[in-house]
Design a protein around this ligand. Structure first.
Ligand SMILES: O=C(O)CCC(=O)C(=O)O
Length: 327
């Protein structure tokens, strides 16, 4: 090893340790992006982070976690985006457990109005990683969603699949879940491995969730969710300790939930959901609208049509009009 390489490695080691120590300062008011990153983590091509084993595991389990994917610059962009979202009167803040002790907030489709989120979706490595995972060169945005648990003691996110809420069929779709805060395994989102290959259950009903987390979202068109919390050992539940920069990639058909926060903790997470060629328009029970609201979609598409509509902007290849913004 040459002397300069030696020094670089030593420097990377020291910075890396400081990075880990900083990232573990949970609950403190520290921007994840103010923390310096490790050299080694971020010099390579992020696409190399996904190998054949990951692709196989994703197919089998419907979920994988990759460490150290996002450089702190991307985290800074997300934090600026979140700040703008929280101050944007255009963005509706949906409350879970509204008025109760564990209340937390969700806001959806920030891409349309928040430039930082738009930049993140086009420019960060997330889109290309999802393209590799689902095997599609073409990618469209399904939605982006923040889940904000601040102030301590936020409730669990109820167990659910995303597919019953979405008007889609097909397989080439993934959610990239990114936390801006360090999390213990218990605070992380949890997943039932392999459940994307099984039944599509009904969703949960947000207004009834504190009484019955399996109370159906629709009437009775879909089978009711299993009560996973009361029989956890019967399910192959996966979750991970998270450092900002890590990403969990999950198929939206995987049962997922969890991640309450402790008294001192916060958990600000964003999910970016992109899909590829095989995703088609499908209907869901008419008793509730699908999520997010997409007025007019059912007037322009028939079940089985490729999901192409202005609600779902193309992300890859990057459209010329987007490139023209900086070229
Ligand atoms: O972060 C959370 O608590 C919920 C995330 C979620 O349900 C999702 O990304 O689909």
């Amino acid at each position: 090893m040459t002397a300069p390489r030696c020094l670089v490695t030593l420097w990377a080691l020291i910075v890396g340790q400081a990075y880990e120590a900083n990232m573990n300062r949970k609950g403190e008011n520290v921007r994840s992006s103010e923390l310096s990153g490790t050299l080694d983590n971020f010099l390579g091509d992020p696409l190399d982070l996904l190998d054949d084993e990951d692709l196989k595991q994703y197919q089998t389990d419907g979920v994988i976690m990759k460490k150290g994917v996002l450089h702190p610059e991307w985290l800074l962009l997300l934090e600026l985006g979140l700040e703008r979202v929280m101050n944007a009167s255009s963005q509706k803040m949906h409350k879970f457990f509204e008025g109760e002790r564990g209340e937390f907030t969700e806001t959806i489709r920030n891409f349309d109005v928040i430039p930082e989120i738009r930049r993140f979706v086009y420019d960060s490595p997330v889109a290309d990683l999802i393209g590799k995972l689902v095997g599609s060169d073409n990618l469209w945005l399904y939605s982006d969603e923040f889940f904000i648990k601040e102030g301590g003691n936020s409730e669990r996110t109820p167990w659910h699949q995303d597919t019953p809420y979405w008007p889609i069929d097909g397989n080439q779709i993934t959610s990239a879940w990114i936390s801006l805060d360090s999390l213990s395994k218990e605070e992380c989102l949890e997943y039932v491995a392999g459940s994307h290959k099984g039944t599509m259950y009904d969703g949960f009903s947000p207004s009834k969730v504190s009484i019955d987390p399996t109370a159906p979202h629709y009437d009775d068109e879909l089978p009711q969710l299993p009560d996973i919390e009361s029989d956890r050992s019967a399910f192959d539940i996966r979750s991970w300790e998270i450092t900002p920069g890590d990403i969990i990639f999950a198929h939206p058909g995987v049962l997922h939930g969890g991640g309450p926060t402790g008294p001192e903790s916060k958990r600000r997470a964003i999910t970016i959901r992109l899909y590829g060629d095989d995703i088609r328009y499908a209907t869901r029970p008419p008793t509730r609208p699908t999520v997010p609201l997409t007025p007019g979609l059912s007037l322009t598409l028939n079940p089985g049509d490729p999901l192409r509509a202005p609600w779902y902007p193309r992300i890859r290849p990057i459209p010329d009009h987007i490139k023209a913004e900086w070229e």
